[in-house]
Design a protein around this ligand. Structure first.
Ligand code: SF4
Length: 446
């Protein structure tokens, strides 16, 4: 199996199809019909995969509790890539999710060697201001710095009891020279993902983590950890002899008292053994029984000092290409657009971006352009045009040779500078809001 390294942006994973096969990521498109007003990233296949999102969707649709969380590493300027994650958090918050945004300063400090004061400065003035400017509801959501979150660090320590070096080494390729702090930052990120399920935030619930596909190793590891922290394993099984499904509940690390409490609380026909219970002859719809039993088991786990975690879900978006072709790189400012740069600079970058156009206008008219390879088209599709019909027209006109790259770039540059200008006005307002709440200074001085 190939490794995807979350700390080094992959060399543009072109063959997304293989991710489905190699890593078991499910195609997001299959869920699209079930979503009432999908975000444009969903409609346009930009969010292309998921793990376990069905549970989040069920909660969303039945108005049950769910959460969304993702993080930002404060190591450079906030750019359009970070905006994608912010948009996804905000969309889920508007759909009723309890929203968490983490500034991963411990990761930044341990992996990139960024000084703490710089982490705070970048965290607040780049990421948090843009997040709020884009629409994050600070009254109802949670924004935090890892290093200032005692509850998170306690959870990370606890999670660390079920993860060892060999495992981190196999997943991330860590060798003997990786610092202990880097390893700690991994379990802190696991804790970031599971924290929304703590009792202080209303307990276990489905949580979705919107991320780029390079973050999948963290998600897989955290899902494993969530399962390891459970006291019981609840599974659907099938009795071949009786040709009937049943629900098996096995003790993983529950005390005798917890097991006895569970036996007392399960008002279903059951067979009780020394270390497990089989719920049999279920006379209500199987899914209802499963849901109910999961809730009862979680209730017992919480009462006896466990966590009752749901396995966290994830959505995976694909990456934009760098504007100069190839991948975006913080060391090549021309390859990305920062949300904090002057609008006219952003517009100039768009005008200089690599297109999928032909060498001459004559050829463009005759052969048509290649929007699939065009970074300007990507900007329009990912960020600048909401209406699907409009995007489709641009695609078709490009293909048919009815657009010139010059006019197309001018349109995109105009839209980009207008977006950046408005965003920066919103950022100024967001700063005032943070100051009113006393948070701006508090975060900078933390
Ligand atoms: Fe890209 Fe527009 Fe040129 Fe087509 S016409 S290749 S979409 S810049």
């Amino acid at each position: 199996m190939r490794a995807i390294d979350p700390w080094n942006v992959p060399k543009v994973i072109r063959d997304y199809g293989r991710l489905f096969e190699d890593f078991g990521i499910s195609p997001f498109n299959d869920l699209l019909d079930r979503i009432d007003k999908p975000h444009r990233y969903m409609r346009r296949g930009i969010i292309m995969g998921h793990r376990g999102y069905e549970e989040v969707l069920n909660a969303m649709q039945t108005r049950n509790r769910f959460a969304v969380m993702s993080g930002f590493m404060p190591s450079g300027r906030v750019h359009l890539g970070g905006k994608m994650v912010m948009d996804e958090i905000i969309w889920h918050q508007r759909m009723g999710g309890d929203a968490f945004a983490c500034i991963a300063d411990m990761e930044s400090h341990s992996v990139r060697d960024i000084p703490w004061s710089k982490c705070r400065e970048i965290g607040v003035n780049e990421y948090i201001l843009s997040l709020i400017a884009l629409g994050f509801d600070i009254e109802h959501g949670h924004i935090y710095f890892q290093s200032a979150n005692k509850r998170l660090l306690d959870l990370a320590f606890e999670l660390g009891t079920v993860v060892n070096f060999s495992e981190l080494s196999a997943i991330y390729g860590f060798s003997g020279d990786v610092s202990i702090s880097h390893m700690i930052s991994v379990v802190v990120q696991n804790a970031d993902i599971l924290q929304p399920q703590l009792l202080e935030y209303d307990g276990p619930k489905p949580v979705v983590i919107p991320v780029g596909v390079d973050q999948d190793p963290h998600i897989r590891l955290t899902r494993d950890i969530a399962a390891r922290m459970r006291m019981f394993r609840v599974e659907e099984r099938y009795n071949e002899k009786e040709q009937k499904p049943y629900i098996s509940i096995r003790v993983k690390q529950a005390s005798e008292e917890a097991f006895d409490a569970l036996v007392r609380r399960l008002e279903y026909p059951k067979k009780v053994y020394e270390m497990h219970i089989d719920v049999v002859d279920i006379d209500v719809p199987f899914e209802t029984a499963m849901h109910d039993i999961e809730n009862i088991v979680r209730g017992v786990e919480l009462e006896y000092g466990g966590y009752g975690f749901f396995m966290p879900a994830a959505t995976y978006h694909r990456f934009m290409q760098g504007l100069t072709g190839g991948k975006m790189s913080s060391s090549i400012p021309e390859s990305y657009i920062a949300l904090t740069e002057p609008p006219e600079v952003a517009a100039t970058k768009v005008k200089r971006a690599k297109t999928g156009g032909r060498v001459t206008v004559e050829e463009q008219k005759r052969l048509g352009g290649i929007p699939e390879e065009c970074t300007v088209y990507e900007l329009l599709m990912f960020h600048l045009i909401e209406e699907d019909k409009h995007i489709r027209e641009i695609f078709e006109e490009c293909k048919a040779g009815k657009r010139t790259c010059k006019s197309c770039k001018s349109e995109a540059a105009e839209l980009m500078s207008s977006f950046i200008r408005t965003h920066q006005e919103e950022r100024a307002r967001a700063k005032e809001v943070l100051k009113e709440h006393g948070l701006y200074k508090q975060w900078l001085d933390a």
